[in-house]
Design a protein around this ligand. Structure first.
Ligand SMILES: Nc1nc2c(ncn2[C@@H]2O[C@H](COP(=O)(O)OP(=O)(O)OP(=O)(O)O)[C@@H](O)[C@H]2O)c(=O)[nH]1
Ligand SMILES: [Mg+2]
Length: 296
């Protein structure tokens, strides 16, 4: 009896904040699992997103954007990216087409152990083909550093098939790590947390997204309804006021957006109760960060 050879491995997904890492993974898995935002530094923690392709199981590791900051939360975020690089079989580096090559050079400096990687030139829908070609030429000076250089977009029908084929080529031969119908190793409550954070990023302005976080207190799963009780943690009373908004309308807008996404994922009705809690300096000390799930 002939045995089918399978391939499987962990693929760290790296790039500067807002490069399109989480969007790409949602696009490849065909579900909105990872939080996406037009505002940068949306992703704060690693998240595994699993995609099957022929005889390969690709375990993508979404990471926070590579950036420098004095803030403790942001240092945790950079550590997450570095850990993913250390724990994976290979990496893909996302370079938005309009970016300077300097971001890639920073990544090369971070990639001390020369983890094999593919460079994806993302968001190519934003520029002409000529600009894409110019960028490809610019990257040739590092052609001994990367496995392949692939232009891509999640708009205008970028090819999922082509991208997954290129990545699968370099995966190690290995039994699958997870059941073939798993899309992520995250718990539902962690995905719900990200949905609420995403709604905060979308519905509030200026400093609020960066001064807030979410704790899922309780999820009650019933046959036809998910009941979720969550805290939105902020740094000050004034931020609490802004989140709640006039007559509670701000909080309602956040709740409505998050609820829709919870319903789409769970296939059930959702009841979402949000409370806003002030916890001064939550992003500045290790203990508070740990309580929010950011363990150094
Ligand atoms: N035009 C265009 N926009 C894109 C593409 N991919 C992602 N975006 C947009 O880029 C923005 C950032 O996307 P994210 O997926 O949140 O980026 P990220 O790299 O995960 O960002 P962080 O989590 O902050 O590090 C969003 O507004 C996306 O809609 C693309 O192929 N083309
Ligand atoms: Mg992200």
């Amino acid at each position: 009896m002939s045995k089918v050879t399978t391939k499987s491995g962990f693929v760290a997904v790296l790039g500067r904040p807002n490069a399109g890492k989480s969007s790409l993974l949602n696009y490849l898995v065909g579900e909105d699992l990872a939080m996406v935002s037009s505002k940068e530094n949306a992703t704060r923690k690693r998240m595994n997103i699993i995609v099957m392709h022929k005889n390969s199981q690709i375990v993508f590791v979404d990471t926070p954007g590579i950036h420098e900051s004095e803030k403790l939360l942001n240092q945790f975020m950079l550590e997450e990216a570095i850990k993913a690089l250390g724990d994976s079989d290979m990496a893909i580096f996302l370079a938005p087409i309009t970016d300077s090559i300097k971001h890639y050079e920073k990544f090369l400096a971070l990639n001390e152990k020369n983890l094999p990687h593919i460079v994806l030139l993302t968001k190519v829908d934003m520029v002409s083909n000529q600009k894409v070609l110019q960028k490809i030429v610019e990257y040739q000076k590092y052609q001994d550093k990367f496995l392949e250089l692939v232009p891509t977009t999640i708009k205008k029908g970028g090819s999922v098939e082509q991208l997954l084929s290129v990545i699968s080529k370099y995966l190690p031969t290995s039994p699958y790590y997870y059941d073939t119908d798993f899309l992520t190793t995250s718990k539902m409550k962690d995905i719900y947390k990200e949905y609420i954070r995403e709604a905060i990023f979308e519905k509030t302005a200026k400093e609020i997204p960066y001064n807030s976080d979410v704790v899922i207190e309780r999820v009650i799963e019933e046959d036809f309804i998910e009941k979720i009780f969550a805290q939105i943690v902020v740094n000050s009373n004034s931020q609490k006021g802004i989140i709640i908004g006039k007559n509670g309308e701000g909080l309602q807008r956040i709740g409505k957006m998050a609820r829709k996404k919870i319903e789409a994922l769970s296939g059930k009705k959702a009841f979402l109760k949000l409370f806003v809690v002030v916890k001064k300096g939550w992003s500045k000390d290790k203990e508070s960060l740990s309580q929010l799930g950011y363990d150094f």
